[in-house]
Design a binder for this molecule. Structure first.
Ligand code: ADP
Ligand code: MG
Length: 682
């Protein structure tokens, strides 16, 4: 920790107690926090040429008030103040909202400067910043003013002043932290200068240079930490060295109803070599929906069983748990493994039996929801932990499951392709395997977007599919009627379809149903006793009914792109051609854009990149506790390129840290301090 991080706010000479309190409300507790409380945007106070300014552009002008301003009250506290102002021979209207107190100051002939939005047609500026005095104008015109996010109590002016003073008094103490070599290579500004200019740039170029350096630094340090953790894990953690005879594995793969794809084989080998090694496996398995990840899980579970260990598979929903238990039984029980499932809605007696089997080692493979991580669950000898659709789980849940064993091997599977930027940050400490090939014979899914008033055509289509023996899903966003938003809900749609589609049999599935009921409905659909399944998004992940070929999604614009892709992935799982129909009347351009992307591509990676840039990393992963690093300046959706450089440099640098020369002391110290922190990133 640097000196500045320990230094208290009250060491700033001019600061008052009240200001210290105000800063603390913003989580600013030390001088360092203040120095790094970077603005989120800047007000450009450089004078504009109005004759060149375009509609709605941000402009700053200096001019002279003519005549008297007029004030109109629009409500109790709301007002609109208008004054005329002469600028470069042009008379423009200045408009202020809720600043009635300015009225008396805008006297005829007064010189003022303002910044605001330019309305070219009306020759009008809606003012966002006013500089009344000559002194202010001299100080701020021609600059970029930092805009900080604030709490109610502190003023922008105050925080600007305090940040500025912090630099005056302590700026000199900011130490360089990047290796000298790197600073030279990229022509970086010094750390102190870049930090200062990030607050008070005088030109776009300065801002650009400051940002470039600070983004790099942030990402470089983060990547160093990841590489360093990876390295220490490898050196220090002794995991289980599984004994796995390849011949036995071949027995299993030969007993499957299909040959593995090349990609599946490659991934299988990567996993087995991890399992045999003496460091714990920590691997992320990525594969688009339908690429065949379940069988890989089965092989891994079988492999640790061969070496005398139990394995656990954690999934996000009960439906998925039941389905996986069933398919693992099919694949593994003939080879002598006992597969049990553990979900929330089980009867007490049944649950007790299962818990006992797990504890005494009678159960070899345990499939379950987060019921698996409850305290009452104890394994005899847990050697492998797999999570399916792992982004659905928080970091804590994954860690809790891992801790049921002694440094078990860990495999995380995900069907939401993770854009590379996230893969190397959020999952940076994991090895990555990718199944980039679909099983042979799959037909691509055709996707159509239709408006709501084409419903009758959709009905005809569903009937046609079912007539040829296929089945259909109809997905709706909500369960119960909501008065606020007029969404089709599953219950309504179900009732409607029962009549409209008769004599076809229609089923209903939603999250509020009891586990047993859900299971019954799923089973009936899997057996084709139900031809059409109306459902909420509980079928989103993992559900596998290869005979279903039609996916109809109501109010499709309400779903995220990745979610739509997941839903679509429920069809196209067999040898028959499949269709996905998106029903939506999107009101916004992004809504329309998303429908178009869906109709244009089936590639999960393309879709997830789009999704990331539309929603940002936090929402993309969909979990707040995801452990996603929070970057102060870097933005993973924009700064991919810098990330790639920083990562490559960090890898090199960490590998050589022991021989770092004297000038790199500060980073060496920083890495040393990491050694005292947690062993795992999560
Ligand atoms: P996901 O990767 O989405 O979890 P699944 O594991 O559910 O996909 O597999 C989808 C379907 O593909 C299943 O019906 C599975 O039996 C089948 N499958 C998996 N691997 C192959 C393969 N190599 N050849 C043919 N079908 C396969
Ligand atoms: Mg799956």
């Amino acid at each position: 920790m640097s000196q500045l991080e320990k230094m208290q706010l009250r060491e700033l000479p001019e600061i008052t107690n009240r200001q210290i309190e105000q800063l603390q409300q913003l989580q600013i507790n030390s001088i360092w926090d203040l120095l790094t409380y970077f603005p989120f945007r800047y007000e450009d106070m450089r004078l504009s040429d109005l004759s060149q300014a375009v509609e709605d552009e941000k402009v700053a002008i200096q001019g002279m008030i003519v005549g008297q301003p007029s004030l109109r009250w629009l409500g109790k506290k709301k007002s609109r103040l208008v004054a005329r102002c002469q600028v470069d021979g042009l008379t423009v209207q200045l408009v202020w909202f809720n600043q009635h107190f300015l009225k008396d100051k805008l006297t005829d002939g007064k010189e003022i400067a303002v910044a605001g939005r330019w309305d070219r047609e009306r020759l009008q500026i809606t003012v966002s910043r006013t500089l009344l005095s000559k002194a202010e104008q001299e100080k701020f015109l021609g600059q970029f003013e930092p805009i900080y996010s604030l709490s109610q109590s502190i003023k922008m002016k105050t925080i600007r002043k305090l940040v500025y003073q912090a630099f005056v008094h302590f700026g000199r103490e900011i130490e360089e932290i990047l290796p000298a070599e790197i600073c030279v290579q990229y022509h970086f500004l010094s750390r102190a200068k870049a930090m200062y200019l990030l607050h008070f740039p005088r030109s776009r170029e300065e801002l650009y240079q400051a940002r470039r350096r600070m983004i790099y630094e942030e990402l470089f340090l983060y990547e160093c930490k990841i590489f360093w953790l990876k390295e220490t894990n490898q050196q220090q953690l002794k995991g289980i060295q599984h004994q796995i005879p390849m011949k036995q594995i071949d027995h299993l793969t030969e007993s499957l109803p299909f040959p593995l794809t090349k990609a599946q084989k490659r991934v299988m080998e990567e996993i087995i070599s991890d399992l045999r090694a003496n460091t714990p496996m920590n691997r992320l398995l990525q594969g688009d929906v339908g690429s065949g990840k379940t069988v890989i899980a089965a092989i891994a579970l079988y492999a640790v069983w061969l070496s005398g260990y139990q394995g656990a598979l954690m999934v996000p929903t009960e439906i998925l748990a039941e389905q996986h238990a069933k398919s693992l039984r099919q694949m593994l029980e003939t080879h002598g493994l006992k597969v049990v499932s553990l979900v929330g809605g089980m009867r007490t007696k049944e649950r007790r039996t299962v818990l006992e089997q797990i504890e005494i080692g009678l159960a070899d493979v345990v499939v379950g929801t987060h019921a698996l991580i409850q305290e009452s669950v104890a394994f005899k000898k847990l050697g492998l932990v797999i999570t399916d659709e792992q982004h659905r789980f928080g970091v804590k849940q994954r860690t809790a499951l891992r801790e049921k064993g002694f440094l078990p091997d860990v495999l995380c599977m995900t069907a939401t392709p993770i854009p590379r930027t996230l893969a190397i940050t959020y999952f940076g400490e994991m090895e990555v395997s990718i199944i980039d090939e679909m099983p042979a014979g799959r037909q691509p899914i055709e996707t159509h977007w239709v408006k709501k008033d084409h419903w009758s055509k959709v009905l005809t289509f569903i009937k046609k599919e079912c007539k040829t023996g296929r089945q259909a899903y109809v997905i709706c966003p909500l369960i119960e009627e909501s008065e606020k938003i007029d969404l089709q809900n599953a219950q309504d749609v179900y009732e409607q379809l029962v009549t409209q589609l008769a004599p076809l049999r229609v089923g209903l599935l939603h999250g509020r149903m009891h586990a047993v009921e859900k299971e019954e409905v799923m089973e009936a659909f899997a057996k084709n006793e139900l031809q059409v399944l109306v459902s909420t998004t509980v079928v989103e992940v993992g559900v596998n009914v290869p005979n279903a070929t039609a996916m109809v999604i109501y109010d499709a614009d309400r779903f995220g792109l990745s979610q739509l892709h997941q839903l679509r992935g429920r069809v196209g799982r067999g040898s028959h051609a499949s269709t996905c129909i998106l029903i939506a009347d999107p009101k916004t351009e992004t809504g329309v854009g998303r429908m178009k992307i869906m109709t244009e591509t089936n590639d999960g990676f393309v879709i997830s990149e789009e999704d990331l840039s539309l929603r940002g990393p936090g929402d993309f992963l969909g979990v707040k506790q995801s452990g996603l690093p929070e970057f102060k300046i870097a933005d993973l959706t924009m700064d991919q390129q810098i990330l790639e450089y920083a990562r490559a440099d960090a890898a090199k640098w960490v590998a050589n840290v022991e021989n770092a020369d004297a000038s790199d002391q500060s980073l060496k110290r920083l890495l040393a301090s990491l050694k005292t922190k947690a062993q795992h990133l999560d």
